[in-house]
Design a protein around this ligand. Structure first.
Ligand code: COA
Length: 388
């Protein structure tokens, strides 16, 4: 990281799910909770810069929406920037904030992510999710995101001669974790037979292989390392930032079942952190569809190609396993309000590394990784953190 390290000193979260509140109220609630979570809370006037992560689903405030965040957080006057990389908006907004403080240009930065997805018709929802995929070929051919990930899953299962069991285990594991998370969209466990017997959405993916359509917001406060202890005795350090991109349309890529953007972002994150994968106590990976969690484990370097199903079926990625993955329920059960997701991952890291994650706490967690993907791998942000 640059001259200065960055630290998270506060984090707030709304519930994820089908909610009554609109984007302004969601942002106000998440930001309020982030300030309240700071041990020695700063004045709102001490925020130097603001980043808002949102796709602007449904056409909500398509232009200039970051100024709304300034209003709702009581920080009108500071520089504001909206970050939009589809589902990876939050991870890239965190990166922008960490770089702002590590460059020395800011001491305290507010990052929030929001999406309001459930107040539009199914047809408009398909349109708004579709705008983040390749519009010239994939969308014109009628592919949805479930369709793209369905193709990827088919290819993966046939390449490795596998059935759907490992996909189902990802769903069972993440629903079980979501049941322990008070902010999760789904707080119910599901059984393997339910998952395997559910209606197909895009073969081989069924209902429980998909993340839901959720409303929600999350916010974090990022401070420069030399001032972080002004706000808390337990800052969570942002040790390594990695980000990358890939061809937007999957047919342009040499390999359907490896996300090069994730690989490059992970290598960059660990190179800047100065520690390796073996240090990571838990990972929050972008499981928009169950196949995506398996790919992530391999692309992040936690499993060799084709090994993620074995790891998963051996329960090594459960909260009590060797490498807990998505102990917050992941996108699958916690929900996936597009722009909020990457910020929500940082919220979870903040809670877990400070030992404040309640029933879903990963025992002894000291290092963490977040992985946030835009669309079907066109953008990826990987961040690694530590405490102490
Ligand atoms: N996982 C588990 N249960 C789900 C679910 C999901 N992803 N989505 C909906 N349900 C449940 C609902 O809670 C509801 O249960 P109930 O009858 O007990 O109340 C039931 O299934 C029907 O819900 P409904 O909203 O009518 O489902 P739907 O058929 O309209 O939508 C999907 C289901 C999978 C198509 C939708 O969730 C979806 O499009 N997900 C993917 C979103 C996406 O692509 N995001 C971007 C990723 S890159």
């Amino acid at each position: 990281m640059g001259v200065h390290r960055a630290a998270i000193v506060g984090a707030g979260h709304t519930r994820f799910g089908v909610l009554e509140e609109g984007p302004r109220a969601l942002l106000r609630a998440a930001v309020g909770a982030a300030f309240e979570s700071v041990d020695r809370a700063p004045e709102r006037s001490s925020v130097d810069e603001i980043f808002l992560a949102t796709l602007g689903f449904g056409g909500w405030q398509i232009g200039n929406s970051a100024s709304v965040l300034a209003e709702e957080s009581g920080c009108v006057g500071v520089p504001v920037t909206r970050v939009e990389n589809a589902c990876a908006s939050g991870g890239f907004a965190l990166r922008a904030a960490a770089r702002a403080v590590s460059s020395g240009s800011a001491e305290l930065v507010l990052v929030a992510g929001v999406e309001k997805m459930t107040d539009v018709s199914n047809a408009r929802r398909r349109y708004w999710l579709g705008v983040s995929g390749d519009t010239e070929w994939e969308r014109l051919a009628g592919l949805t995101f479930a369709g793209v990930y369905g193709l990827i899953a088919s290819r993966y299962l046939s390449e490795h001669r596998l059935g759907r069991e490992a996909l189902a285990e990802v769903a069972v594991k993440n629903h079980e974790a979501g049941a322990l998370n008070p902010n999760a969209h789904f707080r119910k466990a599901v059984r393997t037979d339910q998952v395997l017997g559910a209606p197909r959405v895009a073969d081989p993916l069924g209902l429980y292989d998909c993340c839901p359509v959720s409303d929600g917001a999350a916010a974090i406060l990022v401070a420069r390392a030399d001032v972080a202890r002004r706000f808390t005795d337990t800052p969570v350090w942002v040790d390594g930032l990695g980000a990358s991109s890939d061809y937007l349309a999957v047919q342009e890529r040499p390999d359907l079942v490896r996300f090069a953007a994730t690989r490059r972002a992970a290598d960059a994150a660990f190179a800047s952190a100065g520690f390796d994968r073996s240090k990571v106590s838990f990972a929050l990976v972008h499981d928009c569809f169950t196949i995506a969690e398996l790919l992530a484990l391999e692309d992040l370097g936690f499993a060799a190609p084709g090994e993620a199903p074995r790891l998963t079926l051996a329960h090594e990625t459960r909260r009590t396993g060797r490498l807990p993955v998505n102990p917050d329920g992941g996108l699958k059960a916690k929900g996936h309000p597009i722009g909020a997701t990457g910020v929500s991952q940082a919220y979870e890291v903040f809670a877990q590394l400070r030992g404040q994650a309640g029933a879903r706490q990963v025992p002894g967690a000291s290092h963490a990784l977040t992985h946030n993907v835009g669309g079907a791998g066109a953008t990826a942000a990987v961040t690694v953190f530590s405490v102490g």
